[in-house]
Design a protein around this ligand. Structure first.
Ligand code: PAF
Length: 282
């Protein structure tokens, strides 16, 4: 497995793979890899000839009081996990290359970035789309893989790719969960043993919502009431948002007509956790 540290080297490695007629798959990450990330890499390996995984903790997507300074990293362990999978290249650019002094260009997808996570993290999506566009320009993949845990991020990236006519296919991959239902996230490492127990409420709230819809409930208010009670019933939790909304526009719904996204963000101790599911009226 090649470890690539410079933009120039990554560009020429991708150009060589393209010249050889290889399909390039790309998995952008911020490292501290878990099964969710590895499922993206496995999918890329299964359908592409050359898979590149980037590890870059992107400062542009963190707000001032967020966890940029303490974001977990373990490059050696990440490298071992990717090598064991058979990934061809790991791209590890540093901040000075990605955002050199005098850097001034940012990409912003409008409207959908103002909903859900965009409300409490106003800088987040602008930072994500900026770094993802830069990475896509450097790696020039045919396919890029993103997890559905960050469903709004996936939609925002898809919109950018579509609006800017980028030649890449964005592939969304299902959420990978721990045995107790907690969605895998690098930030789960922040949870103490007690917080870890409290954090299960996100999965439980979504399960409850799903079963209410299956039983014929269509009122967003009733679903939200049940979900809020589950989350607030747990100590050490603070609800950022719980939403029953349109899965494409993220506009809140009063009634579920056919399909809806149910999404939530909850602060549990130091960890801001997100989760979601799509529900369909039976
Ligand atoms: O989902 C993430 O880990 C990040 O937001 C991404 C897509 C790697 C951009 O920094």
């Amino acid at each position: 497995m090649e470890i690539i540290r410079t933009i120039a080297e990554m560009k020429s490695r991708s150009a060589a793979a393209r010249a050889d007629g290889k399909t390039i798959g790309f998995v952008p990450t911020m490292g501290y890899l878990h099964e969710g990330h590895l499922s993206l890499a496995r999918r890329s390996l299964a359908c592409c000839d050359f898979t590149a995984v980037s590890i870059f903790v992107n400062p542009a997507q963190f707000g001032e009081n967020e966890d940029l300074g303490s974001y977990p990293t373990d490059i050696e362990s990440d490298r071992r996990k990717l090598e064991a999978l058979g990934v061809q290249a790991v791209f590890l650019p540093d901040r000075a290359q990605m955002y050199p002094a005098g850097y001034k260009t940012y990409v912003n997808v409008e409207e959908i970035t103002g909903k859900l996570c965009g409300k409490s993290r106003p800088a987040f999506f602008r930072g994500v789309t900026t770094v993802v566009l830069k990475l896509l320009n450097i790696v020039r993949p045919h396919l890029a893989f993103f997890g559905e845990k960050d469903r709004q991020q996936l939609a925002v990236v898809r919109k950018m790719v579509d609006d800017l006519n980028l030649d890449v296919t964005v592939v969304g991959m299902p959420i990978v969960r721990e045995a107790d239902g907690l969605a895998m996230s690098s930030r789960n490492v922040y949870l103490s043993a007690e917080e870890r127990v409290s954090a299960r409420c996100l999965g439980r709230a979504l399960e409850t919502a799903r079963s209410l819809v299956q039983k014929g409930e269509t009122s967003a208010e009733k679903i939200l009431r049940e979900m809020r009670a589950i989350v607030s019933g747990e100590p050490r939790t603070h609800i950022d948002y719980i939403s029953v909304c349109d899965a494409e526009t993220f506009v809140d719904l009063d009634e579920i007509a056919d399909k809806a996204l149910i999404a939530l963000a909850v602060q549990v101790g130091k960890a801001r956790l997100i989760d979601n599911c799509i529900v369909e009226k039976s």
